[in-house]
Design a protein around this ligand. Structure first.
Ligand SMILES: [Zn+2]
Length: 193
């Protein structure tokens, strides 16, 4: 069930062939910017290995919309958004909790890190590889940056059984005395002498 409209697109400068629900694997930002192309579509979260490793589940899609143009300083620019609902481990009950991510994008495509330094701060630089950008890589990095550091179910949304279990492991006896690292060091020193 799509949660986001895929039709909310201005029809100004769009090349119709690009406006389908399949994104290219990689693209040339310069070509897109010159032609003022818009792209829109979805990528399965399972395509993002690094992101999947941090999530409770890799089910779901990321929806991407980007409008390309050349700006007044002749930079290759894209503005748009990424939206995704990801399943993050709730830090209270340790079960999957949905988190809505919405990332506004304002990207400037550059040839290398040196060029990236000269990009004004209202743009995020994206470094091209051989003049191209792999879309999944770019989207994954943006989603990783947007992830919350900790997540919880909303009020009373926790699984009560899991919650009981999680809190009981939390209260697990911690009375086993951990050796103080300094005392170990002292012991070692003592043994040496
Ligand atoms: Zn929870």
């Amino acid at each position: 069930m799509p949660q986001y409209s895929l039709t909310r697109v201005g029809l100004g400068n769009i090349i119709p062939a690009m406006l389908n629900d399949t994104l290219p694997k990689y693209f040339d930002p310069r070509k897109y910017a010159f032609n003022e192309v818009s792209i829109e579509g979805r990528l399965s979260l399972s395509q993002f290995p690094e992101l999947s490793a941090t999530l409770a589940s890799n089910e779901g899609d990321a929806f991407i919309h980007l409008d390309f143009r050349v700006d007044e300083d002749r930079r290759y620019i894209a503005t748009g958004s990424i939206k995704a609902t990801v399943q993050v481990e709730c830090q209270r009950c340790l079960e999957a909790a949905p988190v809505d991510l919405e990332v506004d994008l304002s990207l400037a495509f550059v040839y290398d890190e040196d060029h990236a330094k000269n990009i004004p701060s209202d743009y995020d630089p994206v470094v091209m590889t051989d003049g191209e950008v792999v879309i999944a890589k770019m989207v994954e990095q943006e989603l990783l940056l947007a992830l919350p550091i900790v997540a919880y179910h909303q009020e009373s949304g926790c699984n009560p059984v899991a919650l009981k279990y999680a809190s009981s492991t939390d209260d697990a006896p911690d009375d086993e005395i951990k050796p103080n690292p300094f005392s170990i060091l002292a012991e070692l020193k003592a043994k040496k002498n």
